[in-house]
Design a protein around this ligand. Structure first.
Ligand code: SF4
Length: 370
């Protein structure tokens, strides 16, 4: 249960904590930075690369999902303030000892992809798939999902993956069993499996909104990979046409996209890789390089500022913004810091022990394979 700024619970738990007085943005930033310095022995601030600049400026550690999960596991202060989305804060809670508290500054910061699969749907799908075939199915979930799904994977002997280690984890899963069930992001699953040499004909899509996922038992028996019908709405903003037009009009530009993009976008792009991969490639490419990037706009803009000797821009002319990441604001950070200072922490993310146990198995599997 989360506590609000005043330390009690209410029907408005999902709302950001409300500051007690009117403060300008400048006042908020000034006080929040002052409190951050004061509380340095009490809290660690983790920030995902998709956070806005004013928020990422507070982060002690910046990273993608894999790095933040690894760092959360080694924390030695009482509080983690997680500037990211709900599933990331849950992951941090699962990996940290019970006496550490994980705080999500705005409880509404969710993930539209994570919302595309829930535990009852996965249980139902598993029932159908394991009846349809006698071959062993190994489940792998992208880290972008609720703790209950991570727990499912742990219970069934599977693993979690991130976009940085998906290939390694899928490779392991297909050595463990004959078939892979990959959820919730069909695109990361399809793009990674195809890159590993699995033809598209060996993949089917399970749509939880259809009877038996829209599949027949014969289709399940024939398939090597069963992909869940889920996607990231932010990365659907990039199209193969954008890549083709850019390559035609500006052949000197290198196009790098995230594997949450559609298959045809990834095929048309020069390179595809995780957030960490994109950052490393931008760093490595020589001065004067021109790079179009297909991922969340806050990261693209930040790279553009950090590497002024290169021309870096978004592949899409539209703002591909993760609006749920964007919910975390300096104002909500300030409310969280004040509450920590008063020893009345708010917006605590706590995963129940049964769920956490199963999820930990799957996370440990991932971390040991990474
Ligand atoms: S960018 Fe997409 S996958 Fe990542 S948190 Fe936002 S909605 Fe979820």
């Amino acid at each position: 249960m989360a506590l609000n700024l005043f330390g009690d619970t209410s029907a408005n738990d999902h709302l950001p904590p409300i500051l007690e007085e009117e403060l300008s943005d400048e006042q908020v930033l000034k006080e929040a930075h002052k409190l951050k310095a004061e509380l340095k022995d009490k809290m660690l601030i983790l920030g995902h690369h998709y956070q806005q600049d004013d928020v990422i400026g507070f982060a002690d550690v910046k990273g993608d999902s894999l790095k933040l999960a690894q760092d959360a596991a080694n924390i030695d202060v009482p509080y983690i303030v997680f500037c990211g989305v709900h599933f990331m804060a849950e992951t941090a809670d699962i990996l940290t000892p019970p006496d550490k508290k994980v705080i999500l500054p705005d409880l509404r910061a969710g993930c539209s992809m994570a919302d595309m699969a829930d535990r009852s749907q996965i249980d139902k799908a598993w029932g159908f798939l394991t009846t349809a075939t006698t071959e062993k199915i190994v489940p792998v979930t992208y880290i972008n999902c609720a703790a209950t799904l991570k727990s499912f994977v742990g219970e069934k002997g599977g693993s979690i993956c991130t976009s940085s280690n998906a290939e390694k984890i899928i490779d392991w899963a297909l050595e463990e069993g004959e078939k892979l069930l990959f959820f919730p992001d069909q695109h990361l699953g399809r793009n990674t499996c195809f890159k590993m040499g699995i033809p598209l004909e060996d993949m089917v899509v399970y749509d939880p909104n259809k009877f038996n996922g829209g599949l027949t038992p014969e289709q399940v028996q024939k398939a090597k990979v069963i992909l869940w019908y889920g996607y990231c709405s932010v990365h659907q903003g990039f199209t193969a046409e954008q890549v083709r037009n850019l390559k035609k009009e500006r052949p000197e530009v290198k196009v790098i996209v995230h594997p949450e993009c559609n298959f045809d976008v990834v095929q048309e792009a020069h390179e595809a890789g995780s957030t960490a991969y994109i950052i490393n490639r931008v760093r490595e490419l020589p001065a004067g390089s021109k790079i179009a990037i297909g991922t969340e706009i806050n990261l693209v803009n930040r790279l553009n500022h950090e590497f002024p000797d290169k021309e870096i821009f978004s592949l899409s002319p539209y703002q591909c913004l993760c609006t749920t990441m964007y919910r975390v604001r300096p104002r909500w950070l300030l409310a969280s810091f004040r509450a920590i200072k008063d020893d009345k922490p708010i917006n605590i993310i706590k995963v129940d022990e049964v769920t956490a146990r199963g999820a930990r198995l799957a996370l440990d599997k991932m971390l040991s394979l990474s």
